[in-house]
Design a protein around this ligand. Structure first.
Ligand SMILES: *Cc1c(COP(=O)(O)O)cnc(C)c1O
Length: 398
């Protein structure tokens, strides 16, 4: 049977279609959905042996691993250039798993302040409850990282691009600071996508995705994944996740596998349209700021050019007139849906100050640039000209 073994010469598009495939004795073309919790052993001796040391094609229980889930893990590991991956029930199960699996009371963590809401809750509220000390920094300010990382820092955590203001963190520079003290660099790479930012090559040790976003890309299933060295994934992370129940469902893994086949095409088309939209509204009289890392006028355009191969699939705009004007724009858009997901085939508009970042106090929102007029726009697969026309007519309503 012709099974797709990782070939170092394959380019990403080929890995996305064939990577990690495991064919059964039937030789199916499309990846099989092994919707099973358990696995049968031919005899008691085999069961005993498998509990001592399971081989790569031997499974015990779906909370530990499953063939369809393993196909997804192998495929994304091959795309990312990671030694291994562990798939999780959601992006947050991945973030929680990666952080909690390697921290203990007394450890110190340095984290960028601009985080996805639930990531912030884990770092700011949960970890200190278990005796982990956390120092927050402005991710774009390297001097703050240098001042915050100390000999007892166990890990640093960041999102680049950040949500929702699309700020970059210089991953290579932060990794140099962290590695001086043997701290692990954990990057939530959701907004940048595996297509546009190779965080492991930039210096990250562990990369996390919410597969719910671009990897599914069609708004169906929750999922997440943690990528890193085999030692970290199987030695540190797997024991935590397999015993605490964060595993991805085989059905969701199957959906994610099919999503990966078109991931590169979708991300590129969405990023191209995002750039087109950003250009169309840059300098518009109703718009105070257009935030998109692919624009030459972005304050971190140089870093974006070094660190990413495109500006991503999300842009943000800050309209004059505050919340009332932002609401008028959201309500006037005919194509983009008012929702809070991103990376979807359908364009989605979000008002972060009143939804995803509502929990923050006003001073914290202001510090992060989450102004009342800020709209986050996740650009979908619709026709770019249609989206530009729709956004321009909606801005008239502001
Ligand atoms: C969505 C998201 C998460 C959480 O993912 P879920 O799949 O919703 O649990 C974590 N980090 C970032 C940056 C996200 O956008």
């Amino acid at each position: 049977m012709k099974d797709a073994q990782p070939d170092p010469n394959w380019n990403p598009r080929t890995r996305l279609v064939h990577g990690g495939s495991r064919r059964s004795q039937y030789g199916e073309v499309s990846e099989a959905l092994f919707l099973t919790q358990g696995f049968v052993y031919p005899d008691a001796e085999t069961a005993e042996a498998r509990f001592i040391d399971a081989g790569p094609d031997e499974f015990i229980y779906a909370r530990y691993g499953n063939p369809t889930v393993r196909m997804f893990e192998d495929r994304i590991a091959q795309l990312e250039g990671a030694e291994d991956a562990f798939a999780t029930a959601s992006g947050m199960a991945a973030v929680n798993g990666a952080l909690v699996a390697c921290l203990k009371a007394g450890d110190h963590v340095v984290s960028a302040r601009a985080l996805f809401g639930s990531c912030l809750w884990i770092v700011e509220t949960l970890l200190p409850r278990f005796g982990v000390e956390v120092t927050f920094v402005d991710g774009a300010d390297l001097a703050q990282w240098e001042a915050a990382v100390r000999p007892d820092t166990r890990l640093v955590f960041l999102e680049s691009l950040s949500n929702p203001t699309l700020e970059l963190v210089d991953i290579t520079a932060v990794a140099a600071v962290a590695h001086r003290h043997d701290a692990l660099v954990v990057v939530d790479n959701v907004f940048a996508t595996p297509i546009f930012q190779r965080s492991l090559e930039l210096g990250a040790d562990v990369v996390i995705y919410s597969a719910t976003k671009h990897i599914d890309g069609q708004g169906r299933c929750l999922g997440g994944v943690v990528l890193g060295t085999r030692d970290f994934i199987r030695g540190t992370l797997e024991p935590y996740l397999k015993h605490t129940g964060g595993a991805m469902s085989p059905f969701n893994a199957w959906v994610m596998l099919k999503g990966m086949e078109t991931l590169d095409l979708r991300c590129r088309a969405q990023a191209e349209t995002a750039l087109k939209l950003a250009r169309a509204i840059e300098g518009h009289p109703k718009v105070r700021r257009t935030l998109y890392p692919g624009l030459p006028g972005h304050p971190q355009a140089d870093l974006a050019a070094r660190q990413m191969t495109a500006g991503g699939t999300v842009l943000a705009l800050d309209v004059h007139g505050g919340q009332a004007a932002a609401f008028r724009v959201l309500n006037a858009m005919k194509i983009a849906l008012i929702s809070n997901n991103l990376g979807d085939a359908k364009s989605i508009a979000t008002h972060p100050a009143t939804t995803t970042h509502q929990r923050l106090d006003p001073a914290a929102r202001e510090h992060l640039g989450i102004t009342p007029g800020l709209i986050r726009l996740s650009v979908g697969l619709e026709d770019g000209d249609d989206l530009v026309a729709d956004l321009l007519q909606a801005l008239d309503a502001a």
